[in-house]
Design a protein around this ligand. Structure first.
Ligand code: KG4
Ligand code: ZN
Length: 333
């Protein structure tokens, strides 16, 4: 029996969640709008916004869960990977709260938590399964053998899939964060209107930097002969780029499934909210006879519920951290 308070502050979302015996009672997320006008996350501003948000977000998580602070039995927090200044705010809060209330601390790896978010709702995945974790900072194919027995079998050599979406949006003149906007526009467009190159990377690794460059040159050249090209073709460009990103991702997942003889496949991370990826995964699953796990939208992008569920499984194992723990911008998987 455990009631856990979880804190997530690795990037630009301040989030707190209460989880009771593996059930999420609240998941409060404060998104930082301050970065929009800079076209990306400004680390110093993110850290300051976390400081302002963390107490009200925790208060909200506790009251939404209809519990008392004294009911909390452990504090889980994101130790890394992420922006160090942002992680410091969540880590310091968690340590202070645990010390003041004499509670155990649980450190959580953000990338494990994205995967373990699948254990919040039913149906829970069966081990072993493959998880394609696609976010703003990471693109990984992970072989998940057990809750904390995970192996990265493929990853990006350069940009992450979320970065590919965000950089495309920037080239197209769309505001930050561009991924969800590209997704929205793509729904109105024709995915075969334009053809973008597929990188030839051997094995299970990815590369997205060439795609970004090809989009940049494509737009530049088209605009030379037609200044209105972007405005008139926005939806088709978004649909075509999205199609390319999704096909690059799923081709490698298919390869990994064959190589590791696994037929249970999950997606996780911010880009798993993408409608093209979700749809295409269902189609491939039908052809390949896979059982697929697609997270609820609120558990795709950064949230503390996933930290809470990861914390819960660590709590069951008695896997606690000491007060001397510090956050890690880069963290071993
Ligand atoms: O997991 P996440 O919230 O934060 C990181 O840990 O990075 O992922 C954020 C990334 C951003 O690049 C954002 O543009 C992308 O996920 N994203 C999407 C969509 N929703 C979020 N990309 C494509 N389509 C979406 N619907
Ligand atoms: Zn994330």
């Amino acid at each position: 029996m455990a009631t856990i308070l979880a804190i997530e502050s690795s990037c630009d979302e301040t989030s707190a969640s209460i989880c009771k015996d593996g059930e999420i009672l609240s998941n409060i997320i404060a998104t930082q709008a301050v970065h929009h006008k800079y076209g990306g996350v400004v680390p110093e501003l993110a850290s300051r916004a976390h400081q302002q948000n963390i107490i009200p977000v925790v208060e909200d998580a506790v009251s939404t869960a209809k519990i008392n602070k004294k009911d909390i039995q452990a504090v889980a927090f994101t130790r890394g990977p992420g922006l160090l200044g942002s992680l410091l705010v969540g880590t310091s809060f968690a340590k202070g709260f645990a010390l003041a209330n004499n509670l155990p601390l649980i450190e959580v790896n953000h990338m494990h938590a994205h995967i373990l978010a699948h254990f919040i709702d039913e149906p829970k995945p069966e081990f072993p399964f493959l998880c394609l974790t696609v976010s703003g900072g990471h693109t990984q194919i992970v072989l998940v053998r057990d809750y904390f027995d995970m192996e990265i079998v493929g990853e990006t050599n350069d940009d992450a899939a979320g970065e590919a979406f965000d950089k495309t949006a920037k080239i197209l003149g769309l505001p930050y964060p561009g991924g969800p906007l590209v997704d929205k526009l793509a729904r109105e467009g024709n995915a075969s209107a334009f053809s973008f190159p597929e990188p030839q990377i051997p094995g299970l690794n990815f590369s997205f930097s060439g795609l970004k460059t090809s989009i940049l040159y494509f737009v530049r050249d088209k605009k030379k002969s037609d200044p209105d090209f972007l405005t008139n073709n926005m939806a088709d460009i978004c649909a075509s780029v999205q199609h390319r990103i999704v096909t690059i991702l799923l081709k490698k997942v298919k390869l990994a499934a064959k190589q590791y003889n696994v037929s249970h496949v999950a997606i996780a991370g911010g880009v798993s909210a993408n409608s093209g990826l979700r749809q295409h995964l269902q189609d491939v699953a039908e052809q390949e006879n896979w059982k697929v796990y697609i997270p609820a939208f609120q558990y795709c992008t950064d949230n503390a519920a996933m930290i809470a569920i990861a914390g819960y499984y660590k709590y069951l194992r008695g896997d606690f951290a000491g007060q001397d723990i510090s956050p890690l911008a880069r963290m071993n998987f």
